[in-house]
Design a protein around this ligand. Sequence first.
Ligand code: HEM
Length: 462
Amino acid sequence: KNSYTFASPPRLPLIGNLHQLGQHPHRSLCYLSHRYGPLMLLHFGSVPVIVASTAEAARDILKTHDAVFASRPRSKIFEKLLYNSRNMASAPYGEYWRQMKSVSVIHLLSNKMVGSYRQVRQEEIGLMMEKIRESGSSPMNLTKILSCLTNDVICRVALGRKYGVGTDFKEMIDRLMRQLGTYTVGSFVPWLGWIDWISGLEARLEKTANDFDKLLERIVQDHEDGDGNKADFVDVLLAVQRENSVGFEIDRSSIKAIILDAFVGGTDTSSTLVEWEMTELLGHPECMKRLQDEVRTICKGKSSVSEDDVKDMKYLKAVVKETLRLHPPVPLMVPHQSRDDVKLRDNYVPAGTQVVVNLWAIGREAATWGPDENAFRPERHLDSSADFRGQDFELIPFGAGRRMCPGISFAVVLNEVVLANLVHGFDWQSTEDQTDVAESIGSVIRRMDPLYVIASSTTVLD
Ligand code: HEM
């Protein structure tokens, strides 16, 4: 009775099922689930992992048994890079996580706070549009432009100023993201841990953590010395610390760890979403046309799209949903871990079991989405009330339940107004075939190759 009873693909000694994951684990796991079921058991090395691959299975984990599965597995990499997991995203479930979460949702990422950064978004989008205009009729790297935009917006919101391309900061964030996505032999096959050590990984992680700490320390100090009136994340967190207003003490490393969360959770995810939206629209000119018609009708005579204009753009919202369905930026979510023994569909699951929810597979379930589940067809969302806010399990690109993404409003508000401005201000032409685009590796799935496009301006400037 006290062992797992889920169906499992056969595994090898030592590595378990790791050899079956391949370059794109979300795809391989989806394929395996067709044979072994919506809840299957795999072994990553010696570590048992339950993989949930359908909306129903996700509901079991993230709703029915949400409280049980709300923890995170320990990860040496996260501990090294993220202040001993004192950030929110990798903290185990418990009092500390609850406190970090409440500080974030109340003081940093609430609708009211997101609204207050409207000016920042508008200015940065203006600069982006100018940059695109300057490229004239030559092909430009849109991936890079989008990545700068999200980095600049999050820098200004979190740190009060930009640390853009050409600064160490951008290089450091890229390095951090790469290292967080590193697959480590040691975490799954414990007695092979020395391989990571020999390959120098530990030293590299330590260097990244130290580089960040030095920089963040300087940034926090600058804020302490300043007037504190800018209301960026660091100012807000320092005020919370000073006033001791949340009923617990928030220390220096917690402040730095929460700041890192915004970059780790918010930058690549946000830019890659626009990148996939543009990729799909370029591959489906009829959808691009319909979207442009909507945006240009609503914004007739205007030189740019405002956040108020976007509210009525039904087709735009359908394009966003369809892209999140086919290209969830974090396709395997962030791993969860159970805190107690639990029965899951008559299967016994001991405390401490890791769970992966395959959002990519859920987005492509034929049972939900029909026989054209792999086709980009925003129209399918027009008469459907299903939204991605964590209630409708067939569409949960931001997760659901206690661990759901707290940055969802921040991300969606930015995404809609960026996309609307891009298709409003320019006509787009692709420089390559956009129908079968290769995916990157890592935990955030981007395009493997940058998106090169030619933009022709449609707005006449005074
Ligand atoms: C399109 C953009 C984004 C997508 C698709 C996305 C998706 C996700 C997903 C799938 C999770 C894991 C949920 C779970 O484990 O159950 C997550 C967690 C998280 N996200 Fe996002 N996210 C986005 C943007 C952001 C932004 C802008 C921020 C912050 C500024 C952010 C901060 C976080 C944090 C802190 C967590 C961890 C929550 C926890 O463990 O309690 N995300 N996100």
